[in-house]
Design a protein around this ligand. Structure first.
Ligand code: HEC
Length: 128
């Protein structure tokens, strides 16, 4: 009787400690590890595609070449070109988030992760 009592107290203390650890940010790191570690290039590419289709194809086109009426009117750059392909991620990410000339800024609409996913997708559009 007394042994059972002691055990349940012990278990309760232990789960209390786990809850405390979770509250201190342990849960956040577990979730982050769980979401970041298994993400592979293909999954990230797949993540970028719907974001591109929703926000970017009106000007840049499905294939990224920018041969759409608004794309041609505004002078959207051909994202599959060697010229764009050789620009560093940091510069392209900045154009997407802050905009440039007629390219609208997406920094308020898309977070950093989405912009990174978009960049990976844009890189896959490159002409071979
Ligand atoms: C309203 C039309 C429009 C939309 C929508 C648009 N763009 Fe653009 N984009 C442009 C134009 C125009 C430029 C050329 C800007 C310039 O003159 O430098 C450009 C340039 C870019 C560049 C830089 C190319 C370079 O030469 O450095 C990238 C990268 C880019 N767009 C990606 C995107 C992505 C990703 C999206 C969706 C989130 C998007 N664009 C949505 C019009 C658009």
């Amino acid at each position: 009787m007394s042994a059972t009592k002691g055990k349940s107290v012990h278990v309760r203390r232990k789960s209390g400690r786990i809850l405390l650890w979770l509250r201190k940010g342990g849960l956040v790191s577990v979730l982050l590890t769980a979401t970041l570690v298994p993400v592979q290039a293909k999954e990230t590419r797949d993540a970028g595609k719907p974001i591109f289709e929703e926000n970017c194809t009106p000007c840049h086109g499905d294939d990224g070449t920018g041969k759409t009426p608004p794309g041609m009117a505004l002078g959207a750059h051909d994202l599959t070109s060697a010229e764009v392909s050789k620009k560093p991620d940091s510069e392209l990410a900045q154009t997407i988030s802050q905009g440039r000339n007629k390219m609208p800024a997406f920094g308020d609409k898309l977070d950093e992760k989405q912009i990174r996913e978009l960049l990976i997708y844009v890189r896959t559009l490159r002409k071979r």
